[in-house]
Design a protein around this ligand. Structure first.
Ligand code: CP
Ligand code: NVA
Length: 306
């Protein structure tokens, strides 16, 4: 059975638990010996591309990068035909796509014989969520992902693809998640990777105040105000999200030992200030470190390395 990693919500608790274990346990560097992974990026990337390439390499395989300007997903050629072509030469494709629906279309077009990994879509960023869970576990439970229940995580700002995958992953582990966003930027119910339909054990709370969201939180998390593809809305977004900047005053409302997280790239002066991002509370570089751990976990799981 071909394995896919497209959203957190498509994976059972057991499978997720296995992926967290495989991300940090010793591995055989011949797990993917001689095997290729196609990396397809419709948007720019630093961390995700670096993490994917190095994880494949560490497992003994090789990665081939395809940029949007080369393959033109749905412009030069349909996503279906790109999938069919890749499936003739690779067993795994990892994609960063503008439209989440590409994953279902490629699965159908390839009769489910190409494993797909979501490296960010407009709906979800699940490999980031795995890295974030590992980072939070390092901080609060000595790396034990199964012991995170009861923590309070506040997500502030635009409730993006990153927020959706993070919330689904944390709620499934019993972490309580509060999302503080203004009207128009809050989580919307429906579709895939929807935290509002996660049946606990964590509790999801939505509010329209950054201060209410962050009060007594163990973790404060934010993401860009202007996600890729929203550049034309930059001025409006800056104006409407100003009160949701993560700065020293806001961090002062969180628990005394609260940590600060951001998926990066950060936009200093917009969603986050220099002071906070570079402070002792910041765990953003640990998150980056775990981006590769997460990819190793996902690739090992797809290869059946358990
Ligand atoms: N966090 C993240 O996905 O970073 P990149 O866009 O640089 O890959
Ligand atoms: N929400 C951001 C995440 C970047 C890693 C975006 O989609 O651009």
């Amino acid at each position: 059975m071909t394995r896919h990693f497209v959203t957190i919500d498509q994976l059972s608790d057991d499978r997720l638990s296995l992926i967290y274990d495989l991300a940090t346990s010793p591995f055989d560097d011949e797990t993917m010996k001689g095997q290729g992974v196609a990396l397809i990026f419709e948007w720019p990337s630093l961390r995700t591309r670096a993490a994917s390439s190095s994880a494949v390499h560490e497992l003994g395989g090789y990665a081939t990068f395809f940029g949007d300007d080369e393959i033109g997903l749905d412009s030069r050629e349909s996503a279906e035909d790109v999938g069919r072509t890749i499936a003739e030469m690779y067993a795994i494709a990892a994609l960063r796509v503008r439209r989440h629906g590409v994953f279902a279309r490629m699965r159908e077009a390839t009769s489910d014989r190409l494993s797909l990994i979501n490296l960010l879509s407009d709906v979800a960023h699940p490999t980031q969520a795995v890295a974030d869970v590992l980072t939070i576990a390092d901080e609060f439970t000595e790396g034990d992902v199964s012991a995170l229940s009861g923590l309070e995580v506040a997500y502030v700002g635009d409730a993006t693809n990153v927020a959706r995958s993070l919330a689904v992953a944390l709620l499934r582990l019993g972490v309580n998640v509060t999302v503080g966003s203004p009207e128009g930027y809050q989580l919307t119910p429906g579709g895939e990777e929807d935290p509002s339909v996660v049946d606990g054990p964590g509790t999801l709370r939505l509010c329209d105040s950054a201060y209410d969201a962050v009060k007594d939180a163990n973790v404060v998390y934010t993401d860009a105000w202007v996600s890729m593809g929203c550049e034309e809305e930059t001025a409006t977004r800056r104006a409407e999200l100003t009160a949701f900047q993560v700065n020293e005053a806001l961090m002062g409302v969180a628990k005394k030992d609260a940590i600060l997280m951001h998926c990066l790239p950060a936009h200093r002066g917009d969603e986050i200030t220099h002071e906070v991002l570079d402070s002792e509370r910041s765990r953003v570089w640990r998150q980056v470190f775990h981006r590769r751990s997460a990819m190793i976990g996902v690739l090992r799981w797809i290869k059946g390395d358990s």
